[in-house]
Design a protein around this ligand. Sequence first.
Ligand SMILES: [Ca+2]
Ligand SMILES: [Ca+2]
Length: 474
Amino acid sequence: MNLNFVSHRPIASAQVRDWRDEVMYFPLTDRYHDGDPANNDSVNLGDPLAFHGGDFAGIREKLDYIQETGATTLWLAPIQDNTNLGVIGDYKSAGYHGYWIRDHYGVEEHQGSLAEVKELVHEAKERGMRVVLDTVLNHVAPNHPWTQDPAKKSWFHNQGGIDDYNDQRQVEQRDLGGLPDLNQENPEVYNYLLENTAHWVTELGVDGVRLDAVKHVSKDFWSKFVPDLKNKVHDPDLFVLGEVLHGDVGYVADYQRAGIDHIFDIPMYYSMRDVFGNDGSCKELARRFADDHKYADPNKLVTLIDNHDFPRFMSTSAGDQTQRAQRLELAMTFLMTMRGTPSLYYGTETAMEGGNDPDNRRMMDFDSHPQVRAHFQQLSEIRAGNEALRRGQQLEMWVDDKLYAFARRLPGQEAITVINNGSESSQRQIPLREGSPLQEGQKIKDALSGREFTVKNGKVDVELPPRSALILVP
Ligand SMILES: [Ca+2]
Ligand SMILES: [Ca+2]
């Protein structure tokens, strides 16, 4: 192991892992685990907008736990020094989340020191994990010193708040949630952001960046910034993941075409919430996959059930707690077997509840719903052990309102997922897709339950209890 990798990125072209093999995990640092009470200035667990005490040391302490879920990549929230208290009109909040940067070269003191974040990255990498750093290029903290500096006036768009989200120019050039909007068209700003991002990638030795608020910055910027960043850090394989919070595939796909390799699958997020959480028709999933051709590469989508901007799945689903947990398990099975790289927001694996921001950012509960966590672990193991589930072509096999079945196919291998999203048992005879490597009479086994099925007359005859799934592998 090269011990210099904290300050020098390893040249890893020979060992480049395929990102489809990864499972990402996103702990919001302040809300995850308090590993060092010494940095708990102004902590108030009773106030959802105050610091809660989580830190780099806390994440480090929990790396065993994170790896036990099956996660292989740590997505670190922004580490830079945030404003302690941001005031936007009547809204007052601590900069606990990382997205209100006041010093781009400093480290947030509530989360720990530069040495501690380096230790965290170092230890994660020693364990064979990858690390992706959250990066905020659209805006700065509400009361950032630059906003008071006449020499920095041209560093901002200075056009007031966004009041029409259908006006893309406003979305890009006005203030998002009252946050001073950086003028990336100014070459000084461009160079500053490029230097600063490259600095952190190199300083920490991370494998990639997660770009915040992508739709609020112009595509021209991203088309230049992504290749410039890769050049600057001498890593053509740097992982770059963009957050485009929008439900329309065409809109989201344009950013991948603009040069951001990986994009969150927000449209599928919405569909999963409707279908699995609220009894939407499985035909909605089929409609989403039918749009995959709009992406430059649908295999470079990062899929999700929850994030820190949406109310949690458990809190937007129908039914009592037991039924909602069942729905979540079904969504997890879909997440972990469909195309793309799955990502997990902290606490989804323990079926945490939470409404709109900041309620969706409660302190991590490691112990609730152990059976949901066990289900996710089982899915991680199944995925890790089956290449077709990670890298195979996504092929639809069956769709009706209640049932969805698809294959993941590689040359010579195939895995099949069947999901019964209905509240009653379902029986179907599902024909194999043309060219399937599965043979007549071949036995296939449900990796979840161990039940065995046989291919007969080119079909698989399945019977599923209410809200349950099969992952059929040879
Ligand atoms: Ca702490
Ligand atoms: Ca902007």
